[in-house]
Design a protein around this ligand. Structure first.
Ligand SMILES: *Cc1c(COP(=O)(O)O)cnc(C)c1O
Length: 399
């Protein structure tokens, strides 16, 4: 096996440099822990960016992959695929949606939602109703439609012209939203809690009013739950926190228990616009990814599992507030469930590096914000260790 240094050299020589990478190579994982090539152990508060909700290599998912891989890896969507149908049945049981389309990533799930919203109005004889309203600081992915939907300048640089038909409004601002609605508006696309944009929760009254406006004007409400889904914020999906239902939901990240899979779900009435030939993805809903996803969902929906994760989230956020009281470098504590963040009065990069030295992986977004997305199997022991380590680091900084 290669050392960290050898691995870094190999990456730098042959892999495109579109990611800023930390100077370690991760080679193994189990539960809350990953190991680098030198054998150093890290407690993981990144979890593959909200992918490994059951921790690393969850036994039930690994077992399902082993079994499925000896049976059938891939066949075309020209045929019926048992794990795909079963997964769709399970997702429709667990959500407001009646049917699902499967793809391989978050950005593809959003592309599917954008296409479905436009096609739905086209089928209704309103082809000029194609405009989608999205929120400042949103993140919807990196392909052309999803990045055009993403209202962050840094994501757009060098990729213009963007896809037309997107309008950006400030998040949590219902007046701005009302003003931007026109006869051309077909949908509003929103993350109930913005992830990459800084872990910014939507206000309850804002989403309630948004739902009302969409109902009144016949606008489709699309929730991007790619990051907030699968217990990340407490309930299985964040829309349950807000007690409103979107018309379309997009899912990915934790959906596959660590395997690449995305999905877009909607009601029968709307998703019928995905008629034969309108959309597709070669690998979408392949047997392996769907088997992994089914196994992951089985664990996530076990009695008491999400409640336990929620109570760890409550404990975690309390500890972060306690840190804030003691250290003026923390400006704000934000988030829900186990999707949490602290905004600092200075860049967070050196905090990430200091934590890594101490064997803890955390994530910095928007320069000043530290985001925590640990596996939902986290215990107080790991939370306490993180808080203790951060206290030590902040004490040094504030000296
Ligand atoms: C990660 C993410 C995406 C993009 O998912 P990919 O699988 O990287 O394409 C889209 N929306 C949200 C909210 C995300 O967090």
């Amino acid at each position: 096996m290669k050392s960290n240094q050898e691995l870094i050299k190999l990456t730098n020589k042959h892999v495109a440099k579109n990611y800023g990478r930390y100077p370690i190579g991760l080679v193994r994982g189990k539960g809350m822990v990953v190991w680098d090539a030198s054998g150093k152990k890290y407690i993981d508060f990144v979890a593959g960016l909200a992918v490994d909700n059951l921790g690393h290599c969850p036994p039930s998912v690994v077992d399902a992959i082993r079994k499925q891989s000896g049976k059938l890896l891939h066949v075309s969507n020209l045929y019926h695929i048992e794990p795909q149908s079963q997964l769709a049945a399970e997702l429709t049981r667990l959500t407001f949606a009646n049917k699902f389309f499967f793809c391989n990533s978050g950005t593809e799930a959003n592309e599917a939602a954008i296409k479905l919203a436009r096609r739905w109005f086209y089928d209704k004889g309103q082809p000029k109703r194609f405009e989608i309203i999205t929120m400042n600081d949103s993140f919807h992915g990196r392909t052309m439609a999803s990045l055009s939907a993403t209202a962050q300048k840094k994501i757009h640089v060098g990729f213009k012209p963007l896809l037309p038909g997107f309008k950006y409004v400030p998040f949590n601002d219902i007046t701005a939203l009302k003003k931007s609605v026109t006869k051309k508006t077909c949908a509003v696309l929103i993350e109930p809690i913005q992830g990459e944009g800084g872990v910014n929760p939507a206000q309850k009254t804002y989403l309630k009013t948004l739902r009302k406006i969409c109902n009144e004007k016949g606008i489709l409400l699309i929730f991007d739950e790619i990051q907030t889904g699968f217990g990340r914020t407490g309930p299985l999906f964040a829309y349950e926190r807000y007690k409103i239902k979107p018309d379309i939901i997009t899912l990915a990240k934790a959906l596959g228990g660590g395997i690449a899979i995305g999905a877009m779900g909607s009601t029968n009435k709307i998703i019928q616009s995905f008629s034969p030939g309108t959309h597709g993805a070669t690998f979408g809903g392949n047997p392996l990814a769907c088997a992994a996803s089914l196994a992951s969902l089985k664990t996530l929906t076990k009695k008491g599992f999400l409640q336990k994760a929620s109570s760890q989230g409550d404990y975690f956020v309390k500890q972060l507030h306690y840190l804030k009281e003691n250290f003026s470098v923390i400006r704000e504590v934000r988030g829900a469930g186990l999707m949490l963040a602290i905004e600092l009065n200075q860049p967070g990069a050196k905090i990430v590096t200091a934590c890594m030295k101490e064997g803890l992986l955390i994530n910095c977004i928007q320069q000043n914000t530290i985001r925590f997305l640990p596996p939902l199997i986290i215990t107080r022991k790991e939370i306490d260790l993180l808080i203790k380590t951060l206290s030590k680091i902040f004490t040094k900084i504030q000296q």
